[in-house]
Design a protein around this ligand. Structure first.
Ligand SMILES: NC(=O)c1ccc[n+]([C@@H]2O[C@H](COP(=O)([O-])OP(=O)(O)OC[C@H]3O[C@@H](n4cnc5c(N)ncnc54)[C@H](OP(=O)(O)O)[C@@H]3O)[C@@H](O)[C@H]2O)c1
Length: 229
Protein backbone atom coordinates (compact mmCIF):
# COMPACT_ATOMS: atom_id res chain seq x y z
CA UNK A 1 0.00 0.00 0.00
CA UNK A 2 1.07 3.58 -0.69
CA UNK A 3 0.20 6.30 1.85
CA UNK A 4 0.03 9.86 0.53
CA UNK A 5 -0.68 12.98 2.58
CA UNK A 6 -2.50 15.71 0.67
CA UNK A 7 -3.30 13.44 -2.25
CA UNK A 8 -6.52 14.99 -3.56
CA UNK A 9 -4.83 17.65 -5.72
CA UNK A 10 -1.59 18.61 -7.42
CA UNK A 11 1.58 16.59 -6.99
CA UNK A 12 0.03 14.28 -4.37
CA UNK A 13 -2.85 13.44 -6.68
CA UNK A 14 -0.49 12.74 -9.61
CA UNK A 15 1.41 10.30 -7.37
CA UNK A 16 -1.84 8.65 -6.23
CA UNK A 17 -2.96 8.23 -9.85
CA UNK A 18 0.35 6.81 -11.03
CA UNK A 19 0.60 4.16 -8.32
CA UNK A 20 -3.09 3.36 -8.20
CA UNK A 21 -3.13 2.66 -11.96
CA UNK A 22 -0.17 0.35 -11.34
CA UNK A 23 -2.29 -1.67 -8.88
CA UNK A 24 -1.21 -0.16 -5.56
CA UNK A 25 -3.86 0.15 -2.86
CA UNK A 26 -3.79 3.78 -1.65
CA UNK A 27 -4.46 5.54 1.65
CA UNK A 28 -4.78 9.26 1.24
CA UNK A 29 -5.68 12.25 3.41
CA UNK A 30 -6.72 15.85 2.90
CA UNK A 31 -8.83 18.46 4.67
CA UNK A 32 -11.68 18.64 2.18
CA UNK A 33 -13.79 15.46 2.20
CA UNK A 34 -15.55 16.33 -1.07
CA UNK A 35 -12.21 16.52 -2.94
CA UNK A 36 -11.28 13.12 -1.50
CA UNK A 37 -14.60 11.62 -2.58
CA UNK A 38 -14.11 13.07 -6.08
CA UNK A 39 -10.65 11.51 -6.25
CA UNK A 40 -12.05 8.13 -5.23
CA UNK A 41 -14.84 8.42 -7.78
CA UNK A 42 -12.53 9.51 -10.60
CA UNK A 43 -10.09 6.67 -9.97
CA UNK A 44 -12.81 4.03 -9.72
CA UNK A 45 -11.69 0.90 -11.52
CA UNK A 46 -8.06 1.30 -10.47
CA UNK A 47 -6.87 -0.22 -7.17
CA UNK A 48 -8.73 0.46 -3.91
CA UNK A 49 -8.44 3.98 -2.45
CA UNK A 50 -9.00 4.61 1.27
CA UNK A 51 -9.76 8.25 2.03
CA UNK A 52 -9.28 9.99 5.38
CA UNK A 53 -10.28 13.52 6.24
CA UNK A 54 -7.42 15.01 8.23
CA UNK A 55 -5.78 18.39 8.65
CA UNK A 56 -2.14 17.42 9.09
CA UNK A 57 -1.31 20.77 10.65
CA UNK A 58 -3.05 19.33 13.76
CA UNK A 59 -1.23 16.62 15.69
CA UNK A 60 -4.49 14.93 16.71
CA UNK A 61 -5.54 14.63 13.04
CA UNK A 62 -2.14 13.12 12.15
CA UNK A 63 -2.67 10.56 14.92
CA UNK A 64 -6.20 9.71 13.69
CA UNK A 65 -4.91 9.31 10.13
CA UNK A 66 -2.09 7.01 11.30
CA UNK A 67 -4.51 4.92 13.38
CA UNK A 68 -6.97 4.68 10.49
CA UNK A 69 -4.31 3.50 8.06
CA UNK A 70 -2.73 1.07 10.52
CA UNK A 71 -6.17 -0.41 11.22
CA UNK A 72 -6.30 -1.50 7.57
CA UNK A 73 -3.57 -3.99 8.50
CA UNK A 74 -1.72 -3.76 5.21
CA UNK A 75 2.03 -3.63 4.62
CA UNK A 76 3.14 -0.04 4.01
CA UNK A 77 5.31 -0.11 0.90
CA UNK A 78 5.55 3.64 0.37
CA UNK A 79 4.91 6.77 2.44
CA UNK A 80 4.78 10.11 0.64
CA UNK A 81 4.91 13.15 2.92
CA UNK A 82 3.43 15.57 0.45
CA UNK A 83 0.81 17.81 2.15
CA UNK A 84 2.19 21.30 2.26
CA UNK A 85 1.29 24.93 2.05
CA UNK A 86 3.05 28.02 0.67
CA UNK A 87 2.08 31.47 1.90
CA UNK A 88 4.15 34.30 0.46
CA UNK A 89 5.68 36.76 2.90
CA UNK A 90 8.92 37.86 4.47
CA UNK A 91 10.35 37.02 7.87
CA UNK A 92 10.47 40.67 8.90
CA UNK A 93 6.86 41.60 8.16
CA UNK A 94 4.67 38.55 7.54
CA UNK A 95 1.50 38.03 9.58
CA UNK A 96 1.90 36.68 13.10
CA UNK A 97 1.40 32.90 13.07
CA UNK A 98 2.47 32.34 9.43
CA UNK A 99 5.71 30.71 10.52
CA UNK A 100 4.02 28.33 12.98
CA UNK A 101 1.32 27.39 10.47
CA UNK A 102 3.84 26.45 7.76
CA UNK A 103 6.11 24.61 10.19
CA UNK A 104 3.12 22.64 11.51
CA UNK A 105 1.72 21.80 8.06
CA UNK A 106 4.95 21.13 6.19
CA UNK A 107 7.41 19.92 8.82
CA UNK A 108 5.70 18.73 12.01
CA UNK A 109 3.24 16.61 10.05
CA UNK A 110 6.11 14.95 8.20
CA UNK A 111 7.74 14.08 11.52
CA UNK A 112 4.55 12.80 13.18
CA UNK A 113 3.31 10.81 10.20
CA UNK A 114 6.67 9.23 9.50
CA UNK A 115 6.90 8.13 13.14
CA UNK A 116 3.45 6.59 12.75
CA UNK A 117 4.57 4.21 9.99
CA UNK A 118 8.34 3.86 10.16
CA UNK A 119 8.43 1.14 12.81
CA UNK A 120 6.20 -1.02 10.66
CA UNK A 121 8.48 -0.45 7.66
CA UNK A 122 11.52 -1.33 9.77
CA UNK A 123 9.83 -4.54 10.94
CA UNK A 124 8.98 -5.36 7.30
CA UNK A 125 12.65 -4.67 6.38
CA UNK A 126 11.20 -2.94 3.36
CA UNK A 127 9.67 0.41 2.55
CA UNK A 128 10.29 3.74 0.89
CA UNK A 129 9.67 7.20 2.33
CA UNK A 130 9.45 10.14 -0.09
CA UNK A 131 9.56 13.60 1.45
CA UNK A 132 8.23 16.21 -0.97
CA UNK A 133 10.44 19.13 -0.05
CA UNK A 134 11.29 21.86 -2.60
CA UNK A 135 14.12 23.78 -4.22
CA UNK A 136 13.29 26.10 -1.27
CA UNK A 137 15.03 23.42 0.85
CA UNK A 138 18.39 24.81 -0.22
CA UNK A 139 17.65 28.34 -1.46
CA UNK A 140 16.89 31.68 0.18
CA UNK A 141 13.41 33.06 -0.59
CA UNK A 142 12.75 36.73 0.05
CA UNK A 143 9.03 36.23 -0.63
CA UNK A 144 8.44 32.96 1.20
CA UNK A 145 10.88 32.97 4.10
CA UNK A 146 8.86 30.78 6.47
CA UNK A 147 8.09 28.35 3.66
CA UNK A 148 11.80 28.06 2.85
CA UNK A 149 12.61 27.55 6.54
CA UNK A 150 10.05 24.73 6.78
CA UNK A 151 11.41 23.11 3.60
CA UNK A 152 15.03 23.41 4.82
CA UNK A 153 13.85 21.59 7.95
CA UNK A 154 12.19 18.90 5.84
CA UNK A 155 15.44 18.28 3.98
CA UNK A 156 17.32 18.02 7.28
CA UNK A 157 14.71 15.59 8.55
CA UNK A 158 14.94 13.54 5.37
CA UNK A 159 18.76 13.34 5.49
CA UNK A 160 18.74 12.19 9.13
CA UNK A 161 16.03 9.61 8.44
CA UNK A 162 18.01 8.29 5.46
CA UNK A 163 21.02 7.66 7.73
CA UNK A 164 18.86 6.03 10.41
CA UNK A 165 17.15 3.75 7.91
CA UNK A 166 20.25 2.46 6.08
CA UNK A 167 20.57 -0.70 8.21
CA UNK A 168 16.82 -1.36 8.08
CA UNK A 169 16.43 -1.71 4.30
CA UNK A 170 14.04 1.23 4.29
CA UNK A 171 14.77 3.80 1.57
CA UNK A 172 14.39 7.55 2.02
CA UNK A 173 14.26 10.05 -0.85
CA UNK A 174 14.11 13.84 -0.66
CA UNK A 175 12.18 15.24 -3.60
CA UNK A 176 12.98 18.87 -4.37
CA UNK A 177 10.90 20.23 -7.24
CA UNK A 178 10.92 23.74 -8.60
CA UNK A 179 7.75 25.39 -9.90
CA UNK A 180 5.13 22.78 -10.74
CA UNK A 181 1.71 23.72 -12.19
CA UNK A 182 -0.82 23.06 -9.42
CA UNK A 183 -3.50 24.95 -7.48
CA UNK A 184 -0.70 26.56 -5.46
CA UNK A 185 0.06 28.76 -8.49
CA UNK A 186 -3.54 29.81 -9.20
CA UNK A 187 -3.78 33.41 -10.34
CA UNK A 188 -0.17 33.70 -11.47
CA UNK A 189 0.01 35.35 -14.88
CA UNK A 190 2.38 32.92 -16.63
CA UNK A 191 1.82 30.32 -19.36
CA UNK A 192 1.22 26.80 -18.07
CA UNK A 193 4.20 25.42 -19.96
CA UNK A 194 6.56 27.69 -17.99
CA UNK A 195 5.97 25.18 -15.17
CA UNK A 196 6.67 21.47 -14.75
CA UNK A 197 3.69 19.15 -14.67
CA UNK A 198 2.62 17.35 -11.49
CA UNK A 199 2.94 14.14 -13.54
CA UNK A 200 6.66 14.85 -14.03
CA UNK A 201 7.15 14.61 -10.27
CA UNK A 202 5.01 11.46 -10.07
CA UNK A 203 7.11 9.83 -12.83
CA UNK A 204 10.31 10.57 -10.90
CA UNK A 205 8.89 9.13 -7.68
CA UNK A 206 7.72 6.05 -9.55
CA UNK A 207 11.12 5.52 -11.21
CA UNK A 208 13.00 5.99 -7.92
CA UNK A 209 10.71 3.46 -6.25
CA UNK A 210 11.28 0.93 -9.02
CA UNK A 211 15.06 0.65 -8.78
CA UNK A 212 16.58 -2.57 -7.45
CA UNK A 213 16.64 -3.11 -3.68
CA UNK A 214 20.36 -2.25 -3.54
CA UNK A 215 19.92 1.31 -4.89
CA UNK A 216 18.45 4.34 -3.09
CA UNK A 217 17.86 7.64 -4.85
CA UNK A 218 18.66 10.08 -2.04
CA UNK A 219 17.85 13.40 -3.69
CA UNK A 220 15.72 14.40 -6.63
CA UNK A 221 16.18 18.00 -7.81
CA UNK A 222 14.07 18.98 -10.78
CA UNK A 223 13.28 22.38 -12.26
CA UNK A 224 11.32 23.82 -15.17
CA UNK A 225 13.40 23.75 -18.36
CA UNK A 226 13.63 27.58 -18.24
CA UNK A 227 14.66 27.52 -14.57
CA UNK A 228 13.12 28.96 -11.42
CA UNK A 229 10.25 31.42 -11.50
N1 LIG B 1 3.61 23.31 -6.86
C1 LIG B 1 4.89 23.65 -6.74
O1 LIG B 1 5.40 24.49 -7.50
C2 LIG B 1 5.75 22.98 -5.70
C3 LIG B 1 7.14 23.12 -5.81
C4 LIG B 1 7.94 22.53 -4.84
C5 LIG B 1 7.39 21.81 -3.83
N2 LIG B 1 6.04 21.69 -3.73
C6 LIG B 1 5.51 20.94 -2.61
O2 LIG B 1 4.73 19.88 -3.10
C7 LIG B 1 3.70 19.57 -2.16
C8 LIG B 1 2.35 19.57 -2.88
O3 LIG B 1 2.15 20.84 -3.44
P1 LIG B 1 1.05 21.13 -4.57
O4 LIG B 1 1.52 22.31 -5.32
O5 LIG B 1 0.74 19.87 -5.26
O6 LIG B 1 -0.19 21.59 -3.65
P2 LIG B 1 -1.75 21.71 -4.00
O7 LIG B 1 -2.02 21.55 -5.44
O8 LIG B 1 -2.20 22.94 -3.30
O9 LIG B 1 -2.36 20.43 -3.26
C9 LIG B 1 -2.12 20.29 -1.90
C10 LIG B 1 -2.75 19.00 -1.43
O10 LIG B 1 -2.48 18.86 -0.04
C11 LIG B 1 -3.71 18.92 0.70
N3 LIG B 1 -3.45 19.69 1.91
C12 LIG B 1 -3.08 20.98 2.02
N4 LIG B 1 -2.98 21.33 3.31
C13 LIG B 1 -3.30 20.23 4.03
C14 LIG B 1 -3.42 19.97 5.42
N5 LIG B 1 -3.18 20.91 6.33
N6 LIG B 1 -3.78 18.73 5.80
C15 LIG B 1 -4.04 17.75 4.89
N7 LIG B 1 -3.96 17.95 3.57
C16 LIG B 1 -3.60 19.18 3.15
C17 LIG B 1 -4.73 19.54 -0.25
O11 LIG B 1 -6.06 19.11 0.01
P3 LIG B 1 -7.03 19.98 0.97
O12 LIG B 1 -6.92 21.39 0.51
O13 LIG B 1 -8.38 19.37 0.79
O14 LIG B 1 -6.51 19.78 2.35
C18 LIG B 1 -4.26 18.98 -1.58
O15 LIG B 1 -4.71 17.67 -1.78
C19 LIG B 1 3.80 20.61 -1.06
O16 LIG B 1 4.51 20.11 0.02
C20 LIG B 1 4.58 21.73 -1.72
O17 LIG B 1 5.29 22.52 -0.80
C21 LIG B 1 5.20 22.26 -4.66
Amino acid sequence: MIVVTGGSKGIGRAIVEKFSKDGFEVAVCGRNLESLKTLKEELKGAAEIHIFQADVSKKEDCTKFIEGVNALNKPIDILVNNAGVFVPGSIHDEEEGAFEMMMQTNMYSTYYITRGFINKMMAQKKGHVFNIASVASFMAYTNGGSYAISKHAMLGFSKCLREEMKPHQVKVTSVMPGATFTASWEGVDLPEDRFMKANDIAELVYSAYNLSHSACVEDIIVRPQLGDI
